[in-house]
Design a protein around this ligand. Structure first.
Ligand code: EPU
Length: 414
């Protein structure tokens, strides 16, 4: 329940990156040893993943609030098919990790947020290039290889998931794998750093060609700290602007925020970048902009819903074009209940502003749509009741608490 029109003020510390953590935890099973992972976000997706890893024999010990130890020596199963897996998109990383470790994997077909078709053909193409046979039967992906042999893979679309999955299998293949047209997101670099710390030989992560020399063994025994969450940081930057606030967003990598920083500045929001923090404040009228989401370093699709809420208060008509997913504007109907004037035409939304949003009962339709609803609630006059909070809890650590600490009038009810 949000009572809007409160300016956010103060400091907020960003948690570890969800989309890095959901790749790094499965990657830990590629060694027989123990590793310590720090800056793990406390979110629902990670709890589900920890349960799944525990079920296949990993021993996971909590060291403190943000660090865990994973002992992968007891992993004895290449089958991950429990009910929870279907809910989690990132469960597909178990395919690459189990294939790397056992040369076999049986994993429930991945679920996750619904924004149109979410194929895994590029993941499968990569596994097959390394010599695996892949079948889909009764809702499960069944992968078998007598041996994995490095190979060139050219991705037809820039896919974060396929790039990561191919890396996970290729680090244990014989010989060299080259991924061309690879995704360049910060979490891909983070995973490569984690795997290299285990003794893998990955070069070029963060560029569009990644070269992986396979290793027979990967070792444990190291401690690794996950990067800060680029999308959580972006959500707070947008929330600060949306409430005409003044917020210092700490524990981030400002370089990862450049596409958003540039857009906010174009909207006349004040953004000051420091070594590991960014201050966002807003005094002037927000100006209209045109945005197109693209793979990194372009404007992130995961910030498309939150920034659409902000654009409702911009002077003039803005457009936002979704360049990654087919259908990621379903949440717009919820914003319309609050008075937003948005027209969706295919992959483009035309947002007419400025509009004074008014509170209403609305639903979080997925994780980032949920963040967009929270931002709209913070901007709106009166009370906004958001349901389906489980979507938000999947990927944001204590979002309500962090916002309350910045002065928002937000509470969980029921
Ligand atoms: N695609 C294919 N074939 C494939 C894989 C992808 O055609 O085999 C297409 C998709 O349909 C989409 C595009 O390629 O149009 C990009 O998809 P990608 O594979 O990059 O997405 P993903 O790996 O499934 C991750 C994040 C998403 C984020 C996208 C894009 C995780 C667990 N998920 O998904 O994050 O939107 O990259 O950056 O890392 C979120 O955090 O809320 C979220 C949805």
């Amino acid at each position: 329940m949000i009572n809007g029109l409160k300016r956010l003020k103060g400091e907020v510390s960003i948690s570890g990156a969800k989309n890095a953590a959901v790749a790094i935890l499965p990657a830990a099973i590629l060694s027989d040893g123990i590793c310590i992972i720090e800056n793990v976000p406390d979110i629902l997706d990670i709890s589900i993943l920890k349960n799944i890893l525990h079920e296949i024999g990993a021993k996971i010990t909590r060291i403190n609030e943000t660090s865990i130890q994973i002992d992968a020596s007891g992993i004895n199963s290449y089958t991950a098919t429990n009910k929870e897996i279907g809910q989690l998109r990132a469960s597909y990383y178990l395919m690459g990790a189990l294939l790397g470790r056992f040369k076999k994997a049986v994993v429930t077909f991945p679920g996750g947020c619904d924004f149109g078709v979410r194929p895994i053909d590029q993941h499968i193409k990569g596994f097959e290039a390394l010599g695996a046979k892949v079948e889909i039967e009764h809702g499960k992906v069944i992968i078998n290889a007598s041996k994995l042999v490095g190979a060139p893979v050219y991705l037809d679309v820039v896919s974060v998931g396929a790039t990561i999955n191919i890396m996970l299998a290729a680090v244990k293949a014989e010989g060299v794998t080259t991924i061309e047209n690879a995704a360049k997101e910060p979490h891909i670099v983070d995973l490569a750093n984690f795997l290299n710390a285990m003794g893998a030989d990955i070069k070029g992560a963060g560029t569009d060609v990644i070269k992986i020399k396979g290793k027979r063994e990967l070792k444990g025994g190291h401690t690794y700290t996950i990067i800060p969450d680029q999308i959580e940081a972006g959500t707070f930057m947008i929330a600060a602007a949306a409430t005409r606030g003044d917020v210092l967003i700490k524990n981030i990598i400002p370089k990862h925020m450049e596409s958003l920083t540039a857009k906010l500045q174009e909207m006349r929001v004040k953004v000051d970048s420091y070594d590991d923090s960014i201050r966002v404040s807003c005094r002037e009228k927000i100006q209209k902009v045109n945005i197109k989401t693209l793979p990194y370093p372009g404007f992130p699709t995961d910030l498309q819903p939150p920034i659409t809420s902000l654009l409702c208060r911009a002077e003039g008509t803005s457009t936002i074009t979704e360049g990654v997913w087919d259908n990621r504007f379903q949440y717009v109907d919820e914003l319309k209940r609050m008075g937003a004037k948005i027209k969706v035409e295919g992959r483009m939304a035309v947002v007419e502003g400025p509009v004074n949003l008014s509170g209403a009962p609305i639903r979080a339709l997925d994780l980032r749509a949920g963040a967009a609803m929270v931002i709209a609630g913070l901007m709106a006059r009166g009370e906004t009741a958001i349901s389906n909070l489980e979507y938000i809890d999947r990927g944001y650590e204590k979002l309500d608490e962090k916002l309350r600490d910045l002065g928002a009038n937000i509470k969980r009810v029921g």
